[in-house]
Design a protein around this ligand. Structure first.
Ligand code: SF4
Length: 318
């Protein structure tokens, strides 16, 4: 209340007709801006409330993911456009970015050897481009909620145990239970076995034996969300359609003050980043920050004392 009273007391009464008209215009703009932002916040709350209402107290993580995906997919068409309202990050972001990039050149992280982008076999005499792309997709589908080492092991298992290796045809012919056994150390392996089998069927029936070549097509596959779709466009199709924002990227850019989307989730972070980050950096930022998150800016235990940007980071504990 004190703040409101101070503001009211500091207002000057208009002395002329022109001043009165100017005041009316400003008030009207402020009023409409205030209510349009309230309305959008109200709509966001409505979505999150409807998800919560559907949740029982004993909801499993998988159910929660499925619900999140349903909401994400239903609003995906609207969300693919860049959020122009996002503010620019701290003015020193380029210096911080370069320092992290330099640091990552000498600091090897699991993502550098075993990240999804490294797991597909390259096209060659025995591997068709379609098979290579399908392997990229499967690696991404296995990677959610799973460490890079475990994903790499599962892909290796599939390659060795499926007759003819990991191909669309071998997955179509495999029994779902067998697929599940091959990936048994991966998080939510039974769901993922079902999703992979079903995605293979869709690729065969709808995309002529190849994976979809658009983000919109990829997110229609079961178990594939926007993060995977953008990364798949990078690794499988070599196309830069958007930033792949996973939990590492989401957490770190918020810690660095580049976005203020911590509570809104990775999709908001993606839109905010895309509104100002130069497009040529959209692809490299994911492995750069994922590795940084695996070695230094760890989710629950950031090593701020050893961090190359601890003098610039607003979240530094050092
Ligand atoms: S200073 Fe700490 S919080 Fe900031 S980027 Fe480095 S490790 Fe992360």
């Amino acid at each position: 209340m004190k703040i409101i009273n101070t503001k009211i007391l500091s207002l000057k009464m208009p002395q002329t007709r022109n001043q009165l008209i100017a005041l009316e215009q400003t008030s009207s703009e402020t009023f409409s801006k205030y209510f349009s932002s309230k309305t959008s916040r109200f709509n966001e709350k409505k979505v999150s409330l409807s998800v919560k209402n559907n949740e029982s107290k004993s909801i499993s993580k998988e159910t929660e993911q499925t619900l999140t995906k349903t909401v994400t997919q239903s609003t995906f068409e609207e969300n693919v456009t860049v959020d122009k309202s996002s503010k620019k990050p701290l003015s020193n972001w380029e210096e911080v970015y370069q320092r992290i990039k330099e640091y990552r050149k000498t600091s090897i992280a699991p993502v550098d050897d075993m990240g999804c982008a490294k797991l597909a076999e390259k096209p060659g005499p025995n591997i068709t481009p379609q098979t290579s792309r399908f392997q990229s997709l499967v690696a991404l589908m296995l990677s959610s909620q799973t460490k890079d080492q475990v994903t790499a092991e599962a892909i290796q298992n599939l390659r060795q145990k499926l007759p003819g290796g990991l191909t669309l045809q071998s997955v179509l012919q495999a029994d779902e239970k067998f697929l599940d056994q091959c990936i048994s150390k991966v998080g939510f392996h039974n769901k993922k076995a079902k999703y992979i089998k079903s995605a293979a069927e869709i690729c065969q029936e709808t995309h002529g034996g190849d994976i979809p070549n658009t983000v919109e097509g990829l997110v229609k596959l079961p178990g594939v969300g926007p993060k995977m779709a953008y990364l798949c466009m990078h690794t499988a199709w070599k196309q830069n359609e958007g930033i792949g924002v996973d939990v590492h990227v989401h957490k770190i850019v918020n810690r660095l003050g580049w976005c203020k989307t911590e509570k809104k989730g990775p999709e908001s972070t993606r839109r905010a980043l895309e509104s100002w980050l130069p497009r040529e950096l959209w692809q490299e930022i994911n492995p750069m920050l994922v590795g940084f998150g695996q070695t230094v800016c760890i989710t629950n235990m950031p090593k701020c004392a050893n961090c190359p940007v601890n003098d610039k980071c607003p979240s530094s504990k050092y």
